[in-house]
Design a protein around this ligand. Structure first.
Ligand code: HEC
Ligand code: HEC
Ligand code: HEC
Ligand code: HEC
Ligand code: HEC
Length: 231
């Protein structure tokens, strides 16, 4: 638990005090969002240079590999895991075996030292995030990472600020899809806002976020609780 540096005791008091008045706590949340939006953390556009010019546009967009072929843990764990060198060598033992671009991959394979990939997305440690919780509930990679299947180099497209997370947590309806479509990034582009809303309402019921009559459940109110993301 990493609470002390960001939540001084008065903050707990404040949360208790403000919990009662919806209008006031709304204001408080706005304040927090402004805090959360410090320039240090708004990394949209961040695109570090990687040790190997690996292209998602080629491997996913053209060759059609599924995200889970490489990011094997997205459905089962909190983290998404960048693939080990063995995954690349399944193909690159034979494909482009003398390419200079792949030299660091071959070196890694022979020495056993991992390729030093540079992390693109990085939330502060005091935020709890979990991939499987999203991916197994119908939130697609594209909602948070954009069109990775078209990127030559991975770029962070969303702010990953608290306000950005909350925008969806307050109203996820139109951002949900059937679970078996989460890695199809170009699925449903033709869906109108009306279709998204109708289908979304059913998916919300399936998830238990709405009850049978379409009213938000306790589970839904937990999505905006501080302790869901700060534990
Ligand atoms: C052939 C293996 C492979 C496949 C398939 C693949 N990726 Fe990746 N992915 C990688 C590698 C290697 C990296 C690390 C290098 C980089 O950032 O480009 C990476 C990095 C990423 C990152 C950035 C991670 C960070 O550091 O923050 C995201 C996001 C991502 N992939 C999403 C996806 C999505 C979404 C799909 C499916 C549409 C996908 N990947 C399919 C190999 C793969
Ligand atoms: C399913 C097979 C497959 C897997 C798995 C795979 N690749 Fe590839 N990769 C290809 C193919 C096919 C090409 C195109 C080769 C060509 O154009 O000659 C390619 C091309 C490349 C190139 C460009 C090579 C050049 O000289 O232009 C790089 C770099 C690359 N892959 C990196 C990786 C990395 C890193 C991984 C593991 C994260 C990976 N690949 C996993 C099939 C694969
Ligand atoms: C609800 C938003 C969201 C969805 C959906 C999502 N991601 Fe992420 N992803 C993130 C965030 C936030 C991070 C940074 C996590 C951190 O720093 O702790 C991240 C990080 C990553 C990383 C870097 C490794 C890691 O775990 O930190 C990879 C790879 C990745 N995502 C791949 C995927 C793939 C593939 C999918 C779809 C199957 C996906 N993500 C769906 C938000 C999302
Ligand atoms: C596009 C919509 C969307 C975005 C963006 C999003 N989430 Fe979620 N999140 C969801 C949905 C849907 C659930 C599932 C709620 C449920 O089933 O109870 C969820 C659940 C969670 C949970 C609960 C996990 C568990 O099982 O206890 C956490 C924690 C969480 N999100 C953190 C985050 C954080 C942190 C961010 C921003 C970095 C974020 N989310 C961005 C839609 C989203
Ligand atoms: C859906 C997830 C989510 C929920 C719910 C949430 N937060 Fe956050 N919070 C975040 C994320 C993500 C960040 C990191 C923002 C950044 O790095 O810009 C953050 C950052 C913060 C920070 C640090 C601000 C800073 O300057 O870095 C504070 C304080 C905070 N949150 C308080 C709260 C309080 C109080 C609540 C309840 C009213 C709350 N959070 C609810 C996701 C959430």
């Amino acid at each position: 638990m990493n609470r002390t540096p960001i939540f001084p005791p008065w903050m707990d008091q404040l949360i208790k005090l403000l919990g009662a008045g919806a209008a006031v706590s709304g204001l408080y949340v706005v304040m927090m969002i402004n805090f959360g939006a410090s320039p240090k953390t708004l990394n949209a556009g961040y695109m570090p240079e990687q040790p190997v010019p690996y292209s998602h546009a080629l491997h996913v967009g053209e060759l059609g590999l599924d995200c889970r072929y490489c990011h094997t843990t997205v459905e089962s764990a909190g983290f998404a895991a960048v693939p080990p060198t063995e995954t690349c060598m399944n193909c690159h033992g034979k494909i482009a075996p003398t390419s200079m671009k792949l030299k660091p991959v071959r070196d890694s394979f022979s020495t056993g030292m991992p390729v030093p990939w540079i992390k693109v997305h990085d939330l502060p440690d005091f935020v709890y995030f979990n991939h499987s919780a999203h991916v197994t509930r119908g939130v697609s990679c594209v909602e948070c990472h954009g069109r990775i299947d078209q990127m030559e180099e991975v770029q962070q497209v969303a702010a990953l600020s608290m306000g950005w997370c909350l925008e969806c947590h307050r109203n996820p309806e139109s951002r949900l899809r059937p679970v078996d479509k989460v890695t199809d990034l170009d699925w449903g582009l033709e869906r109108t806002p009306e279709v998204k809303a109708t289908e979304g309402r059913e998916l919300m019921k399936d998830l238990g976020l709405y009850d049978a009559s379409g009213q938000p459940t306790v589970r839904m109110t937990l999505m905006t609780n501080c302790s869901t993301c700060h534990r």
